[in-house]
Design a protein around this ligand. Structure first.
Ligand SMILES: Nc1nc2c(c(=O)[nH]1)N[C@H]1C(S)=C(S)[C@@H](COP(=O)(O)OP(=O)(O)OC[C@H]3O[C@@H](n4cnc5c(N)ncnc54)[C@H](O)[C@@H]3O)O[C@H]1N2
Ligand code: MOO
Length: 406
C-alpha cells in the first residue's frame, strides 16, 4: 500500500504532462467556452453610421420651425439621399443612418402628421445628439474588442460577430474519445442476459466530457479481445486529444488494456493511486511524433478508468476534468473542492484517501447510504464526494472536511 501514489502525487504527475492545445481558427459558433488565443480587432466602426435610436423624424436640432416638410423616409438598411435643410425632417426608423445635416431624432410619439407631407412636433425643442448614436461611438475600426486569453461566452460571441471575427483563433476544446471495455456490457436499450450488465460508464463519461466543455467522441463498447481492443484504441489515439477508457485496468485475466496501450506507443505515467474508490486508475501519454503507428502524430493523453462506475466518476472528477481545463488553456486547476460541515458524526478506518457520496446543502454535508464502487444508483441525488483523509478517524458533527463537487 505504501508504494501507491497519493492523489496529490498523481495530480502532480498529470500536471507535469499537461499543456495547452495548439491554437487554431474555428468557426465562430463553435468558439463558445474556448480561450481566445489572440486579441480580436474590429474591422468596422460600430455603429457604422450616425444612427437613429428611435422611430421618428431626423431633424436639425437648432431648427425651431413650427412645421416641417417631410423630405423622405429612411428604413434600417437603406441610405438617405436628401440632405436636411431648415424647415425639413426625414421620417426615419430605428437603426437607419441619419441624413446629412440632421443631428437629432424626435420620436414619432411626439409628432402630428398634417398631410401633404408635412409634420408638426409637440413638446419642447430637442437637444443636438438626442436619440442618435454617433458612428464609432461603441467601437472604432482597429479597436481591440476582446483581449487575448479571454474566455468566449455568449457575450464575446456577439462582440466577435460585430467585429467581423468569423473565425477567431482559440485554444480549441479538447476532443475526448470514450471507450468502454468488457464482454459483459450491453446498451441501455437492451435487456441484459445472464452475466451481462448495462454499460453505464460510457454514457456517463460522454456526458461528463460534454459537461466539462470538451467535445466527446463516443467509441461505444469493445469486447475484451486483443483484436477488438487494438482497433478501438487505435481509433481513439488517432482521432482524439484524450482517450478515456473504462474497465480492464485491474488485475483480471482479461485486463488487457495496459499491455495494448504500450504496444500502441503510449508511455505509462502511473498505474494505481491510493484512492478509494478508484485505485486501479491508469494514466499515460502518447507523445507527439511524426512516425506514430496511428499516423496521427499528435500528443494524446490516455486514462484507463476503473470499470466500477463510482470509481470511474471519482477518477474523472479528480484527474480528467482538471486536465481537460488545462488542455483548454486554463492554468492547471486542482479538482473543484469546497469546505463543508458534517451533518452527523461518523468514523472511518485508516487506509486510502476516500471519497464518500454526499449531499451538500448550504454548506452542510449528509453522507449518503452507499454500497461501494459499483453502486452508482446511490449517487443519483448526490452533489459532492466527501474527502476523508487516508488516516481516517472519528469525525464529529459540525466538523469541517473538503468535498469534491460533482
Ligand atoms: N485482484 C484485484 N482485483 C481487483 C482489483 C485489484 O487491485 N486487484 N481492483 C478492484 C477495483 S478497486 C476495481 S475498481 C475494479 C476495477 O477493475 P477494472 O478497471 O479492471 O474493470 P473491470 O474488471 O472491467 O470491471 C469492474 C466492474 O465494473 C463493471 N463495469 C465495467 N465496465 C463498465 C461499464 N462500462 N459500465 C458499467 N459497469 C462496468 C464490471 O462489470 C465489473 O463489475 O477491479 C477490482 N478488482
Ligand atoms: O477502487 Mo475500486 O475503484 O475500490 O472499486
Amino acid at each position: 500500500m505504501s508504494e501507491l501514489l497519493t492523489v496529490d502525487e498523481a495530480l502532480a504527475l498529470v500536471t507535469a504532462e499537461a499543456r495547452s492545445l495548439e491554437p487554431r481558427r474555428v468557426a465562430l459558433k463553435t468558439a463558445l467556452g474556448c480561450l481566445l488565443a489572440e486579441e480580436a480587432v474590429s474591422d468596422v466602426d460600430s455603429p457604422p453610421h450616425d444612427k437613429a435610436m428611435m422611430d421618428g423624424f431626423a431633424v436639425v436640432a437648432s431648427d425651431t420651425s413650427a412645421e416641417r416638410e417631410v423630405v423622405e423616409t429612411v428604413m434600417a438598411g437603406a441610405v438617405p439621399t436628401v440632405a436636411l435643410g431648415p424647415g425639413q425632417a426625414t421620417r426615419i426608423m430605428t437603426g437607419a443612418p441619419l441624413p446629412a445635416g440632421a443631428d437629432a431624432v424626435i420620436p414619432v410619439e411626439r409628432s402630428e402628421t398634417l398631410g401633404e407631407g408635412r409634420v408638426r412636433f409637440l413638446g419642447p425643442t430637442i437637444a443636438a445628439g438626442k436619440h442618435v448614436m454617433r458612428r464609432g461611438e461603441s467601437v472604432a475600426a482597429g479597436d481591440v474588442v476582446v483581449a487575448e486569453g479571454a474566455r468566449v461566452r455568449p457575450i464575446e460571441i456577439a462582440v466577435l460577430a460585430e467585429a467581423g471575427c468569423a473565425e477567431p483563433s482559440v485554444v480549441p476544446a479538447p476532443r475526448v474519445a470514450v471507450l468502454s471495455t468488457g464482454d459483459e456490457l450491453v446498451g441501455a436499450d437492451q435487456k441484459p442476459r445472464a452475466g451481462q450488465i448495462r454499460n453505464s460508464n460510457g454514457p456517463m463519461l460522454v456526458a461528463a466530457v460534454r459537461d466539462a466543455g470538451a467535445t466527446p467522441l463516443d467509441l461505444g463498447a469493445a469486447v475484451d479481445t486483443p483484436q477488438a481492443l487494438r482497433l478501438a484504441l487505435g481509433a481513439g489515439l488517432a482521432r482524439a486529444d484524450v482517450l478515456l477508457l473504462s474497465g480492464g485496468v485491474s488485475a483480471g485475466d482479461k485486463d488487457l488494456v495496459p499491455g495494448l496501450l504500450a504496444e500502441l506507443g503510449v508511455r505509462k505515467v502511473f498505474h494505481k493511486v491510493a484512492v478509494k474508490p478508484g485505485k486501479p486508475l491508469w494514466f499515460g501519454v502518447r507523445d507527439a511524433s511524426e512516425n506514430d503507428p496511428s499516423g496521427a502524430g499528435h500528443r494524446c493523453w490516455v486514462f484507463g478508468l476503473p470499470g466500477n462506475p463510482v470509481s470511474s466518476l471519482v477518477g474523472f472528477s479528480l484527474f480528467v476534468r482538471p486536465l481537460l481545463a488545462a488542455l483548454g488553456g486554463a492554468p492547471f486547476v486542482q479538482p473543484a473542492t469546497a469546505p463543508v460541515r458534517l451533518a452527523r458524526a461518523f468514523s472511518q478506518p485508516p487506509g486510502r484517501e476516500t471519497y464518500l457520496p454526499a449531499r451538500v446543502d448550504a454548506g452542510v454535508a449528509q453522507v449518503l447510504p452507499w454500497r461501494g464502487s459499483a453502486d452508482i444508483a446511490a449517487l443519483a441525488g448526490a452533489n459532492a464526494l466527501l474527502r476523508v483523509p487516508a488516516a481516517g478517524g472519528e469525525f464529529a458533527a459540525g466538523q469541517q472536511l473538503d468535498a469534491l463537487l460533482i
